[in-house]
Design a protein. Structure first.
Length: 77
């Protein structure tokens, strides 16, 4: 299980999770994770990456929605 490894491409991960698996707006995803919508926008733009507690929440949401670890985008791929 890749719980705390950081070889995930967080920009692509957040976009895929939000648009494909949840069909959420940035506001809806931000409410689920407990962050400001601007934070989600920054993650998607690659301007910042989620902090560890938010990564954990995002991964939990992904698993609940059937977005498996094998589907998680990795850096450089």
């Amino acid at each position: 299980m890749r719980l705390f490894t950081d070889n995930i491409d967080w920009t692509r991960f957040v976009v895929l999770l939000r648009e494909r698996f949840f069909e959420y707006t940035q506001k809806e995803l931000s409410d689920e994770v407990g962050v400001d919508p601007n934070t989600v926008a920054k993650w998607e733009q690659g301007k910042s990456t989620p902090r560890r507690p938010n990564k954990r929440k995002l991964k939990e949401l992904a698993r609940k929605k059937g977005f498996t670890e094998a589907q998680w985008p990795e850096k450089g791929k």
